[in-house]
Write a protein that binds this ligand. Structure first.
Ligand SMILES: Nc1ncnc2c1ncn2[C@@H]1O[C@H](COP(=O)(O)OP(=O)(O)O)[C@@H](O)[C@H]1O
Ligand SMILES: [Mg+2]
Length: 381
């Protein structure tokens, strides 16, 4: 219920009395009206339901026996119409079984007849206190959800800015540093060629410059690739991952890595592509740095998700290394960054590990509805 509606709903205290004993209903009506409540009365279940549709009562006082009908059965019907309505049963005899049944059906409390005015008013006070608390809880829940969403959008924005910054840095590396290194290398090659027969020492030094500048170029290329995986833009997610894994394996040949994919992985959108790529990148770095593993399995699956009537992308990275226990688990920037990236695209992130059981990192990212049902392109940006 929106806050404005809440205020309107709270403006008056409205009570629905349902009792087939007309005299009792009448006197109850008068007592409550004299205390400022707005009251409507029904003498059978059918009228009560019709009334509840028009009269927005916050509390219903229900006789447990309504002629041949049962007041307990009315609870769920009234709650269908007004989920917030609080039902208090009135019973002339204290049958534990009936009262229990009513409470199980969602009744909040019960009063025994003959009703004692003080007890009645105290019970109603409790009902309104409960309503107030429930409204506060809903308001707080809504505020928390809004804050979480705001947080997610902020994280999304800051990740996008970070990626953009990295992209421009990679561009500068390529355009400035790359060009300079190429020039140094070309000049050194010329000097080396010109001095080959006349100045052997200069020739040797020039050759050394050529070798070093090539090495620097390789380092710069690796940094560029790390800053911005250009393959992701050029070839798509799968090829970029395969290339990254191949390069990683070349650097750590004692650890094998297997990538299993399922489902269409093109057109996932820039935000999801970079999320998956960065998670795989961080996981493989962690395996090399911390795990003492001999094998890593990476699974990337796109599959339908019944719960959301849509699709999800699941990424699982599992190594067979030393793992870590919950107590010793220290969350560094790598783990935090992976979690933040996953949450920013609306997904869920989990780590499962125990000492000597390896480490399993998983991310589950919801995708937009499948093309067949909506005609939209798949992009969760
Ligand atoms: N695959 C792994 N196997 C065992 N321990 C790991 C693994 N990945 C991460 N860890 C542990 O979790 C810690 C936090 O990881 P991370 O957040 O990436 O920070 P960092 O790599 O900078 O230490 C690591 O220091 C390490 O102790
Ligand atoms: Mg790390």
């Amino acid at each position: 219920m929106a806050d404005k509606d809440n205020d309107a709903w709270n403006a008056t205290r409205r009570i629905l009395i349902v009792d087939d004993d007309r005299d009792l209903a009448e006197s109850l009506h008068d007592t409550l009206e004299s205390k400022g409540y707005i009251v409507e009365t029904a003498h059978d279940a059918k009228t009560a339901q019709a009334l509840a549709g028009k009269f927005n009562a916050q509390v219903a006082l229900l006789d447990i026996r309504l002629g041949r009908a049962n007041g307990v059965g009315l609870i769920s019907k009234l709650k269908q119409q007004h989920p917030e309505i609080i039902c208090v049963m009135m019973t002339a005899y204290r049958s534990a079984e009936t009262v229990l049944k009513a409470l199980r059906q969602g009744a909040y409390d019960y009063l025994t007849k003959p009703l004692h005015p003080d007890e009645l008013l105290a019970t109603l006070e409790r009902c309104y206190e409960k309503l107030h608390l429930e409204q506060e809880r809903q308001r707080a829940e809504k505020e928390t959800a809004a804050l979480l969403e705001e947080n997610r959008l902020l994280a999304q924005r800051s990740i996008a800015v970070q990626e953009e910054e990295r992209r421009s840095l990679a561009g500068e590396f390529h355009d400035e540093l790359g060009q300079c290194l190429t020039a140094v290398q070309a000049d050194a090659e010329t000097i080396s060629m010109l001095s080959k027969d006349t100045h052997p020492k200069i020739h040797e030094s020039a050759q050394a410059i050529v070798t070093v500048s090539r090495e620097i170029y390789d380092v710069v290329r690796r940094i560029m690739q790390r800053l911005r995986p250009t393959l992701l833009d050029e070839l798509g997610l799968l090829e970029a991952l395969e290339e990254h894994i191949a390069q990683w394996h070349a650097r750590y040949p004692t650890i094998t890595c297997e990538l299993a994919v399922a489902g269409e992985l093109d057109h996932l959108g820039e935000a999801i592509n970079i999320t998956v790529y960065r998670i795989v990148q961080e996981c493989l770095t962690n395996v090399a740095k911390h795990a003492h593993a001999s094998h890593v399995d990476i699974a990337l699956r796109r599959r339908p998700d019944k719960a959301s009537n849509s699709e999800v992308l699941e990424l699982v990275v599992k190594d067979n290394g030393k793992g870590m226990g919950a107590k010793t688990m220290h969350r560094g920037l790598g783990l935090l960054g992976m979690r933040e990236r996953t949450l920013a695209v609306g997904g869920e992130f989990a780590i499962d590990s125990a000492p000597y059981q390896g480490m399993c990192t998983s991310a589950r990212i919801p995708l937009a509805r499948p093309r067949e049902t909506t005609g939209d392109s798949i992009n969760a940006d």
